[in-house]
Design a protein around this ligand. Structure first.
Ligand code: ADP
Length: 297
């Protein structure tokens, strides 16, 4: 409802801007026709017209941007609130059960395991929000050191396997030649983990994810994460790297998320002099994410 209202106001401002520009052009033509003999007046008229048109265009761009930003903030607040509330509510429920009812040992250890998983999820969301703030601020420079990329990727793969209880066939790692990069270990780990977690998260019930490292040329190395999941429409391939952006549609409604993961991936790539992008043949046809980084000399 709110999104439809906003889309209505965006359409309204664009139409208003275009209408005003049209009126200004018509006025200008009338002005030229009426004053074609008085050159200076015509010149001033042209200048005035240029100012008016530039003003209207800037105003419209500004308004549309502001409306979009508000829309994204709302979506983000909703997503984060959901991501924070759900695990807390779950932990609370287990604790209440443990407090009020006698529970046998097997059940109790299952409750503890679920509570640990929920608190991990909670911590991951909080960490994601804090990292976005850190990366976004101009002051926070990456803390660079020589890092073995293969080792980092392997650790991230192992972590995701444990988190999602996956077998090596479900989440495979194909190491390339050993390469060192100059990187902020924490940031690169976060970026790679985000890509692998997403590949699993957007795979649906059958997880078949492959993570590879490969040298691109003398100066660059790439981490490629390939899945056979929901895929991404062509129009969304760039948009999804924007802060708070989630591809619209039933997938986003079904799978929880904050829209921060890929923003972090692209920001980390940029801060290290690399780049990140997504490839997909479209919905239902899987996707591949590539993180390209410069090798350490
Ligand atoms: P989140 O997953 O928390 O929504 P991200 O920034 O990690 O945020 O991803 C942004 C959007 O990109 C997701 O909402 C999803 O629409 C899309 N996306 C990311 N990774 C994949 C993937 N492996 N397969 C399909 N869609 C993806």
């Amino acid at each position: 409802m709110v999104a439809a209202g906003r889309r209505g106001s965006i359409a309204f401002f664009i139409t208003l801007g275009a209408g005003l520009i049209l009126i200004a052009i018509l006025l200008y033509i009338g002005w030229v026709v009426l004053n074609w003999r008085t050159g200076i007046l015509v010149f001033l008229g042209v200048l005035l017209l240029a100012f008016i048109i530039a003003g209207i265009v800037l105003n419209t761009i500004f308004l549309v941007r502001e409306i979009r930003r508000n829309e994204q903030h709302d979506a983000f607040i909703n997503a984060v609130t959901h991501e924070l509330k759900t695990p807390v509510a779950s932990i609370r429920l287990y604790l209440q059960t443990l407090q009020t009812r006698p529970v046998d040992d097997a059940k109790r250890s299952e409750f503890y395991r679920t509570m640990v998983e929920d608190s991990d999820r909670l911590l991951a969301t909080i960490e994601q929000v804090l990292r976005t703030g850190r990366i976004g601020s101009a002051r926070g420079k990456p803390n660079l050191s020589r890092v073995d990329l293969g080792q980092v990727v392997e650790e991230c793969v192992t972590r995701t396997r444990t988190l999602y209880h996956l077998r090596p066939e479900g989440l495979a790692y194909v190491p390339g030649p050993a390469v060192a990069i100059l990187a902020d270990l924490d940031e690169v780990q976060a970026a790679i983990s985000n890509l692998i977690d997403n590949a699993v998260k957007y795979s649906g019930s059958e997880v078949r994810v492959t993570v590879e490292t490969a040298t691109v040329d003398d100066d660059h190395v790439a981490v490629r994460v390939h899945d056979h999941g929901t895929g991404i429409p062509k129009t969304e391939l760039k948009q999804i790297f924007k802060r708070f952006h989630r591809a619209p549609g039933p997938v986003a409604a079904r799978i929880p998320g904050t829209g921060l993961g890929l923003y972090i991936v692209r920001s980390v790539a940029k801060r290290h002099g690399g780049r990140a992008w997504a490839e997909s043949e479209g919905p239902g046809r899987g996707s591949t994410f590539v993180l390209q980084l410069p090798v350490a000399k």
